[in-house]
Design a protein around this ligand. Sequence first.
Ligand SMILES: Nc1ncnc2c1ncn2[C@@H]1O[C@H](COP(=O)(O)OP(=O)(O)OP(=O)(O)O)[C@@H](O)[C@H]1O
Length: 661
Amino acid sequence: MSLLKLSNIHKSYFLGKEESKVLNGIDLEFNSGEFVSILGESGGGKSTLMNIIGGLDREFSGELLLNNEKLDHRKEKQLDNYRRGTIGYIYQSYNLITHLTVLENVMVSLDMTSLSHTERVARAKQLLEQVGLGEHLKKHPNQLSGGQKQRVAIARALASDPEIILADEPTGALDSKNTQEVLAILKKIAADGKLVIAVTHSQEVANHGTRIIHLVDGQIDSDVRLGEPDSQDKTPAKIEARPLRAGASYLSAFKHLLYNFKQNSLIIIGTAIGIFAVLLFSGLGNGINSYIQNQVNSLVNPRSMTVLSNPSGKKLSNTEAQQSMQEFSQDPTKFFISDQQLTQIKKTKGTASIEPGYQLGTYSLNYQGKNSNSSGIQSYTKAFADNNLKNGNWPKSNEIVISKQQAVTLLGNNNYRSLIGKKIGVVINWLSAQDTPVQVKTDLTVSGITGSSSASGQVTLLNYSSLRSLLKDAGARTEPNFISVNAKNLDNVNSVANSIRNQKINGKHAFAVMTVGDLLKTINTYVSLASTVLAAIAGISLIVSVLMIVVTMYMSVAERTKEIGILRALGERRKDIRRLFTAESLMIGFFSAIFALIIAWLASAALNHALYGLIKFNIVQINLSNVIFAILVSLFISLIAALLPARKASRLNPIEALSAE
Ligand SMILES: Nc1ncnc2c1ncn2[C@@H]1O[C@H](COP(=O)(O)OP(=O)(O)OP(=O)(O)O)[C@@H](O)[C@H]1O
């Protein structure tokens, strides 16, 4: 039984519809231990025959039998296995992978064997030593002479211990000394029990073998045996072939990334800028949200909620409740609370306290001939967090708390605090019971001063019962126009708010409720929306990144076409080639994300440092989910960018790829 049998092989090339027959019925049998030379004129079809034997060409008719088993050249997987496990290829132009070292070139083939990593490295070194290159393991192919390159190629061809070595003009590019050495190695390979088939133009080379086949007009013209093979015994293959390890693909992709470091680092920087901007805007959004939350919580008691009368009678959504709130601030005369409403609210479960309140119209404060005019004087409720009060105390009977700004207007910047304890004149405009304008005039003692610059610091507060009796004495309306409800604890704020929202009087929803949480939610929605829009605008630059990666990957496929051919000839599957490019792109994505994270971290540290003095708050807050998002987006875009180029690479015809320059 022969090791390899070709029967009735026909092959034609087509140029348009024009057929050009290259092989016209080749029948050959080969055995282990033979060193066969195929001679023939140029263009006679020798390489074509080698590609068919080597499992690279699938477009032919006829049969190939390996150990009497038919090789189905239509089945890609079977051919991949065959190239990987049975064939070792040596080319005239060496076909080494330029960005890999001598050792790594041999390892490419060994990575498709079941040997352990240590065994693979040991075997690669041993083979390279055998061909006299033990000293050159770390060199790249461009640092070697032609003879040395061919020996690397021989070591690589032998690496997976294949049964058949195909050598296409193995000495074509070598001087006579190197030719002799390479022939001696090939002879030894055959003597060790492998089948060596070499294509050559040189009779001298052919004379070294055990058999010479002449190919003329696509047919066997002569088949001459020069002697018996040194060894007829087929040494069983000891090394088992296996598909390429994923790890080897990733490592190889990483090596290529480093090899093309300059070009790739520009792409990484380009992509990172987009990711950085997305990160920074998201971080800024987070920072602004928590800044607002912080500010609001320091001024308003988060357990409190404001309850207004609801003239619509419908259950109000959060937005509608807010609209009522705005209307209330603009015109508080439309929101009087009836006794019935107050009594009903008092029954609400889960409340710690319920305080009716006033927010009145315009008013003026005067002290020693100086005036301060404003609007919206309020009664004090527990909703005001103590942080609001900068000096003094909250108002008791016949006392008033004014803002720092008002105090400064009345007494000047230097000694405005000394207004505490002094009586000031207060004039408040409100409505009479008949809804005609009424002025409430009185003198009240300043008990405290509220915060400086914040909006709520403007507020002027009176004690509720003092305000009520002042209104009564002046003949003005005395019904409160809001109720401040305090929940027992933070956890039941929402349930209390909901229960008030659902309360009905005469079948109609009677109240609008606004909690601090609702307020924050609305503000946060706007801030998040703004920061998302900014991040999305920044994200548009990621489209440019995708295109950059796509172009780079296509260029990489074009540059590496020959390498793809070599890898395919060594037995890598289409899938392995696809993974090689996808992995490289994913690495670009990953490093872009890491780089973006570093610059985002530096930028946020710098911004926070610069602004801390101003707002006493870290305004850029990049959190873990932003980081994860950035990495995922980066990986996603690099994956998308790799899809088409990787597909193209994997679909290249191995023979055409090998002949690329
Ligand atoms: N892809 C192809 N498309 C069309 N014709 C092709 C293709 N590849 C090879 N040929 C033709 O097939 C014939 C055989 O080519 P092949 O490369 O097998 O010859 P060869 O015997 O190896 O020649 P050489 O000794 O010069 O390398 C040539 O005429 C060549 O032009």
